[in-house]
Design a protein around this ligand. Structure first.
Ligand SMILES: C[S@@+](CC[C@H](N)C(=O)[O-])C[C@H]1O[C@@H](n2cnc3c(N)ncnc32)[C@H](O)[C@@H]1O
Length: 279
């Protein structure tokens, strides 16, 4: 491993980050060195980094990967990266994609390792998750805990079910505010996302996700009332018929206590009723 670039020196050369543009840069070398190790079991032949900033993590990823594609929206930092990493770019080891991660064409990457822009954490995650690639991603701690939460906990919600529909999700490290410059308001956490097929089947994925979203708007109600009260969100035309087709012991529970497979079973019943075959 070659000597890594000093993150503080990168900031001095590239110019100060602006937190109003989601620019909180990692300056703790120990954290920067550890991040790629969480992706050691993944295929790192082509790593996607979202939000490269001044390239402190990019530099570590270049040591761990065959090839890196780094997306950065900030025009000034994208220009800095092209200059700072001119040799790596010339060698074909690095490509800088300037633009918004929600709009740009993504390459055919094998895994992603990123310190995400927190303002678009959710949208970025749900752009990447359906692609089925393993990822190590930095989030605000509270978001990370909600992604990984299990049924019956206060953090469990729509985000947990939707994320765990695509992958095993685990919080692998909490990162203190002091590891960043400028410091974010809250702690952060690294999440490892390992894609797999769910251990249940859903008849219609888009309906399943809409149904979960609808029921969690009524998380403190019973499933019975949540189904009835949210037909306008889930798109059910006959919520009472759906309720009539669901087992009483499920109807008595709260949405926050149903695990993803229970949600899938419920969505499949609803779809069957709506489709006219009575479940
Ligand atoms: C949290 S910083 C991470 C910087 C660097 N990777 C690090 O770890 O120090 C997020 C970076 O994403 C960039 N960014 C913000 N919104 C973006 C978007 N929609 N698409 C791509 N990059 C974005 C910011 O300019 C910033 O450089």
């Amino acid at each position: 491993m070659t000597d890594s670039r000093d993150p503080d020196a990168l900031i001095r050369r590239a110019g100060r980050p602006d937190p109003s543009f989601d620019q909180h840069f990692l300056v703790d070398d120990r954290v920067l060195d550890r991040i790629p190790t969480f992706a050691e079991s993944f295929d790192r032949s082509h790593v996607l980094e979202v939000g490269a900033g001044t390239g402190a993590l990019t530099d570590r990823l270049l040591d761990a990967a065959d090839r890196v594609t780094a997306v950065e929206r900030d025009e000034g930092y994208a220009a800095f990266l092209r200059e700072e990493f001119a040799d790596e770019i010339a060698a074909g080891d690095l490509e800088i994609v300037e633009g918004d991660v929600l709009d740009v064409d993504l390459p055919d990457f094998t895994c992603s390792v990123s310190n995400l822009p927190y303002g678009v954490s959710s949208e970025t995650t749900f752009r990447l998750l359906p692609l089925g690639k393993p990822m190590v991603l930095m989030y605000q701690l509270e978001f990370a805990e909600r992604m990984a939460a299990e049924a019956g906990t206060s953090e469990y919600g729509r985000l947990s079910v939707a994320a765990q529909h695509y992958a095993d999700v685990e919080v692998v490290e909490t990162v203190p505010r002091e590891a960043f410059d400028p410091q974010p308001r809250v702690q952060s956490a690294l999440v490892r996302v390992t894609p797999r097929e769910p251990d249940y089947e859903v008849g219609d994925e888009a309906f399943f996700l809409d149904f979960v979203k609808a029921l969690f708007t009524q998380r403190r109600k019973t499933v019975r009332n949540a189904i009835r009260n949210t037909a306008h969100i889930s798109g059910l035309s006959d919520a009472d018929a759906v309720v009539a087709a669901v087992d009483e012991d499920v109807l008595r529970q709260r949405p926050g206590n149903l695990d993803p497979s229970a949600f899938a079973a419920l969505a499949n019943v609803a779809l069957g009723v709506e489709g006219g075959d009575g479940g």
